[in-house]
Design a protein around this ligand. Structure first.
Ligand code: PEP
Ligand code: MN
Length: 349
């Protein structure tokens, strides 16, 4: 933190500010200029409470943070990328992770047919919501425990890993019993009791960006999970809400390379929620590969027109196969780029 004192600040006020900084556990480095005193505060931990207190202290003109408010998820804290092994896929490593499946688990027939098809197209991870966060209380809310059991059954039959949403702190244990990856939906990105509970859970977490959340807020939510003990967090860009209504959300494509600059955590792109339109999904999936995402989360349904949720953005099984075939040459380039990038990181250390 850098604290600039007012030019008229008294000696007592300056000394009081230094005392307050020390009380918060930071070291003080003062620079006495011709017109004013500037104080540097150095230390570890979140400076927010200290910053807020100093802003209200007499004699202070401004108090500015100079380091990011997150620590464990930052590149400064850990230079090498976090690699999360799930079902033989190293998410964040040298293989692109494709997660696919329906928005909601609807029936055994539906989830089994989808699982077999996406596995045949190369996906290693099956998505499917059992607990659904719906805007309307009158919409399908998910099969809940029955849905989880169906997912576990499909995992047994196909060998696919499961990613499914957990909406509340109370459900963490039961979802962890049935899933490989715990999805936190956009609407729950700042459900802090849930994030803390996931910190205590041993399963990897897929944290989706809130629809009105900034990148820093996303990273702070990831920090909650890591600070509470779980380092295995994947971030997911799924589009944010803007003035644009032609697409369901606006895909913040720059978020992917930006997150790769700021954090060591894997970054997944969800082209389905990011657009809301099935016709746009393949182009955004290609974009995700090109900009260095670590994987995709794609909605797929055997009969999208009959889907209980998100049919308009779901690909058919054939369309998903075409998408994975279409991605092949791009994935070759992705792999070729990934290996030297990793070597550069290890030599830089
Ligand atoms: C979903 O993955 O089906 C979902 C509800 O996504 P989001 O939380 O991004 O809206
Ligand atoms: Mn959905």
């Amino acid at each position: 933190m850098i604290i600039s004192m007012r030019p008229q600040a008294t000696k007592e006020e300056i000394e009081h500010v230094c005392e307050r900084i020390r009380e918060f556990g930071y070291k003080v480095h003062s620079i006495v200029g011709e017109k004013r005193v500037v104080i540097g505060a150095v230390g570890v931990g979140d400076v927010t409470p200290c910053l807020e207190s100093l802003e209200a202290t007499p004699g202070v003109e401004s108090a500015v943070r100079i380091s990011a408010p997150y620590k464990f998820v930052s590149k400064e804290f850990k230079k090498e990328r976090t690699v999360i092994p799930v079902n033989g896929v190293d998410v964040g490593g040298s293989e692109f992770a494709i997660m696919a499946g329906p928005c909601s688990v609807e029936s055994e027939k539906q989830i089994m047919a989808t699982a077999e098809a996406v596995a045949a197209s190369g996906a290693k991870i099956l998505r499917g919501g059992a607990f659904k966060p719906r805007t309307s209380p009158y919409d399908f809310q998910g099969l809940e425990l029955e849905g989880l059991k169906l997912l576990a059954k499909v995992r047994q039959a196909t060998g696919l890993a499961i990613v499914t949403e957990v909406m509340s702190e109370q459900d963490v244990e039961v979802v962890a019993e049935h899933a490989n990856i715990m999805q936190v939906g956009a609407r729950n990105m700042q459900n802090f009791p849930l994030l803390k509970a996931l910190g205590r859970c041993t399963r990897p977490v897929l944290l989706k960006r809130g629809m009105s959340s900034t990148i820093v807020e996303l990273l702070m939510s990831a920090e909650y999970i890591t600070a509470h003990g779980n380092p295995n967090v994947m971030l997911c860009e799924r589009g944010i809400r803007t003035f644009e209504t032609a697409t369901r959300n606006t895909c913040d494509i720059a978020a992917v390379p930006l997150l790769n600059e700021l954090t060591h955590l894997p970054v997944i792109l969800d082209p389905s929620h990011a657009t809301g339109k099935r016709s746009l999904v393949p182009a955004l999936a290609r974009a995700g590969v090109a900009i260095g995402a670590d994987g995709l989360l794609v909605e797929v349904h055997p009969f999208p027109e009959k889907a209980f949720s998100d049919g308009a953005q779901s690909l058919t099984l054939d369309q998903f196969r075409a998408l994975t075939e279409d991605l092949r040459p791009y994935l070759e380039l992705w792999k070729a780029a990934r290996v030297p990038a990793r070597a550069a990181v290890s030599t830089a250390q």
